[in-house]
Write a protein that binds this ligand. Structure first.
Ligand code: ADP
Ligand code: MG
Ligand code: MG
Length: 435
């Protein structure tokens, strides 16, 4: 593992480091630091005015220092004289409690102290669109059911293969790429890893996809529902929990239903119990609620959930158990903050273990066709405000995510909601002008 960034620079011909941290809205903020200055920065951190980003800090706060975590360093495959390194936020020598990577590290440590290691894989779907964002970039990509369209994926081969080659070179073990269910939509899969490593990879993946798309004269978006009537960008997260040294999957038990051990069921029980509150983190934007609870899309299915239900291998539910020893949370979308996504799953899951939570009955129906028949499962929040209220009311989850984080997050997201409500829309004029 790399420990000295200065040596790393000398060995690899790095001219600049991007010392990068992620704020509460998932924005990646970086300083470009010449290799000659990296030794000092590694010791003292890169200085930022925290108020200038979404961390709920004031202009009067002292400087924020982003301390690079050398274990996360990545040489940019598309610009090899630059390296990206994830950083943890500090102020006056203390970690900033609400900073997303700090929140996740605390929850990973909590799991570790219980002898557990949470391993996750994310499916970060994205669209390739025109640089002005107005439409998808491929005018020929118009099929009603475009999923796995071989002609359309090959028209974007240069972009997809460049990204996949980069993941191969980075040792992420990518194994498949496809055209997804919406016109202009793609998914690239790489192997699951420890939650913190997955969060760093997820962050870097978003940065890489956007950068490579721009290099090819396109734009990439992870927006939850960029186009009305088309399937949105999910970020399904597959979860398993292992023993402390990561050698045995504590979720796997072939003798149990769905191959999910008692621990797996209790962890899942925590996810089910906290789901409506979790949505505030996994579906964090106004637009997120146009992906879940959405009307049928052009392809015939939204592939997104609308209720808090779980099942075996059936993609119409919020949680799917695709095989023994893991489950897939289909709730999160492309706007989910990579660190908070993992943190919230661990927080809810550990609470499930602590309370031996029962995930309740599994519903094995087609939720898109027969969901109205389910009367014993809560509906997912219909909008961001409902989700924020559910989060605020879930005091076990807010406590597990940390009081400083929860109050900062709620404050900024409520401001976000208020800004949306203050925005006048054409729909209002169209439907109200002549009333
Ligand atoms: P699907 O589209 O069927 O949901 P994908 O193949 O697109 O599945 O993505 C599956 C993700 O789950 C990958 O990131 C994979 O590495 C991950 N995964 C597989 N097994 C586990 C496991 N035991 N724990 C956590 N993640 C896993
Ligand atoms: Mg997939
Ligand atoms: Mg999936």
């Amino acid at each position: 593992m790399t420990t000295d960034l200065s040596t790393y620079a000398a060995e690899r011909g790095i001219r600049y480091f991007m010392i990068s941290y992620t704020d509460l809205f998932g924005g990646q903020r970086a300083k470009l630091v010449p290799a000659a200055a990296i030794a000092d920065m590694q010791r003292e951190g890169a200085g930022f005015a925290g108020f200038a980003t979404w961390l709920d800090l004031s202009p009067a706060h002292p400087d924020l220092f982003a301390m690079p975590d050398p274990a996360s360093v990545i040489q940019l495959p598309w610009k090899p004289d630059v390296a990206w390194v994830a950083a943890d936020c500090f102020m006056e020598g203390e970690p900033v409690a609400q900073a997303p990577r700090v929140v996740l590290k605390r929850l990973v440590a909590e799991a570790a102290s219980a002898g557990l290691r949470v391993k996750t894989g994310v499916e970060a779907e994205f669209f390739l669109i025109l640089p002005d964002g107005s439409a998808i970039s491929d005018g020929f990509d118009t099929a009603e059911k475009p999923c796995y369209d071989q002609q359309a994926v090959m028209r974007r081969f240069d972009v997809i293969a460049e990204i996949c080659d980069a993941m191969l070179a980075l040792g992420w073990k990518p194994y498949q790429n496809d055209h997804e269910d919406a016109n202009g939509q793609f998914e690239m899969n790489w192997e699951f890893d420890d939650a913190l490593a997955t969060a760093d990879k997820h962050s870097f993946f978003k940065f890489m996809v956007k950068s490579v798309a721009e290099k090819h004269g396109l734009r990439a978006t992870f927006m939850p529902k960029p186009f009305k009537g088309l399937t949105g960008n999910g970020c399904h997260t597959h979860v398993s929990v292992w023993n402390g040294d990561g050698t045995a999957n504590a979720f796997a038990d072939p003798s149990m239903p769905f191959g999910l051990s008692a621990k797996g069921r209790a962890f899942l029980g925590g996810i089910m119990a906290h789901a409506t509150a979790l949505a505030a983190i996994t579906n964090p934007t106004v637009n997120s609620y146009k992906r879940i609870n959405a009307p049928r899309t052009l392809s015939g299915a939204t592939w997104a959930p609308n209720s808090v239900t779980w099942t075996g291998n059936n993609r119409t539910h919020m949680v799917r158990v695709p095989g023994p020893g893991r489950f897939e949370l289909r709730l999160p979308d492309g706007a989910a903050n990579p660190y908070l996504l993992q943190a919230a799953i661990i927080a809810a899951g550990l609470d499930g273990l602590a309370t031996d939570a029962d995930p309740g009955p599994h519903h094995d129906i087609d939720m898109y066709r027969d969901g109205h028949l389910v009367t014993d499962a809560p509906k997912l929040p219909l909008n961001l405000l409902d989700a924020l209220r559910a989060f605020e009311a879930d005091t076990r989850l807010t406590a597990a995510m940390g009081a400083a984080f929860s109050s900062a997050y709620l404050k900024l997201r409520h401001d976000d909601w208020d800004a949306y409500c203050g925005h006048f829309t054409a729909w209002e004029r169209d439907t109200t002008l002549d009333i």
